[in-house]
Write a protein of this length. Structure first.
Length: 92
């Protein structure tokens, strides 16, 4: 059974270099980029993609033309809200 609280003994073999890594390196616990957003701007994203492929494409192009620097793509709504694609509520 696991203990309900951590004690210093739990960290006896823990090393920050191994467990945390350097900023920008695996396992990315200290950030995706070495200087994070001091050296680069964050990505501006708008979540989009429901509708036909042509409608989605128009929307993505519009968002990028308006200054977006990335896309967050909505692939299929039933999966994203947790329904099995074969479930009756996922139809149509």
């Amino acid at each position: 059974m696991a203990s309900r609280t951590a004690t210093p003994d739990d960290l006896r073999n823990w090393t920050p270099e191994h467990a945390l890594g350097a900023p920008g390196d695996f396992p990315f616990t200290r950030g995706l980029y070495p200087t994070m957003y001091r050296g680069r701007r964050w990505t501006m994203r708008q979540y989009a993609g429901f509708g036909s492929a042509a409608e989605s494409n128009r929307r993505y192009r519009y968002l990028l033309d308006q200054g977006g620097s990335g896309l967050s793509v909505a692939f299929d709504l039933p999966t994203q809200i947790g329904y099995d694609s074969d479930h009756a509520l996922a139809r149509g």
